[in-house]
Design a protein around this ligand. Sequence first.
Ligand code: ADP
Ligand code: F6P
Length: 327
Amino acid sequence: MPDKINKIAVLTSGGDSPGMNAALRAVVRTALYFGMDVFGIMRGYSGMLEDDIFEMDSKSVANIIQRGGTILKSARCKEFYTPEGRKKAYANLEKRGINGLIVIGGDGSFTGGMKLQSEFGLPVIGLPGTIDKDLFGTDFTIGFDTAVNTALEAIDKIRDTADAHDRLFIVEVMGRHTGYIALHSGIAAGAENILIPESATNIEDVIASLSEKEKRKKLVNIVVVAEGDAFGGANEVARIIKERIPGFDTKVSILGHIQRGGSPTCLDRLIASRMGYHAIEAFMNGISNVMVGIVNNKIEYTPLEIAIREKHTIDPDWLRIVKILAS
Ligand code: ADP
Ligand code: F6P
């Protein structure tokens, strides 16, 4: 760890999420406030490898707090998985005297950052930027609240048309390994069933509960499925339901990347701003190799490897609530 971190770089990597710009703004302005030089790296680790790095000032982050996406752009970079690729990338930081890196991204991006710290001694701080909320050590990730509200708004609209036509909709939301978007948006939209990777889907239970609803002429139903559910996505669930309960007029709606865009909510802008500030404060206090999170509304630093490895568990009460409220 260098005596004093005075030149930092920041990048956004992996799947983008609304609020990444707000986090960037906070990182850049806080670092400048404390007298550091700040460099922006374009397209995550790809830009680091290709030397697409530029010095940022306060104006570089003007008028972006309300914008989705990321002004630094994001990418996935295969070459960075190799030690040779990382050596080449680090050389581009070293030649500028950059002695601290802030990674805004998900678990994959954090893994890349951890390798830079272990292989070259570069202090790294992670900010949780992912709509999936699949990192341990924080109650919220930057972008989750916006994504879940986008999903909720869409499901509400789907319910209107479902109601007009007495239809059953299977709605697929994002979540490669986690069901948080499905669970939160599904409960808030009053979904009849929610299928998530964290709890084994018993399709017979789903069919039984829908058959019972069909018998009592409850024809308007919404099933929310996380894309990563082991049973399969919305198309697979719909195929089985059409076969087993042909009486339902079953439709599929896959929400997709709409959930990744849009202006960040107040909560996402707020947590991004707080986390960005505390990332710089951590460097000044000699802390690195951690993710900045917010737990019970307080800032917490969690070692990057724990943030990636440990998993949140879904409280079984939440799933019980779905069943009871949808009856
Ligand atoms: P996310 O950060 O959203 O989980 P990815 O898993 O796609 O996104 O990771 C983003 C990038 O981080 C990858 O394209 C790669 O450049 C880097 N990365 C991910 N995993 C590793 C790893 N094990 N070693 C080195 N770099 C990695
Ligand atoms: O990691 C966030 C996420 O939105 C996942 O839920 C989804 O599976 C994935 O990104 C899709 O990413 P892309 O289309 O960029 O490969």
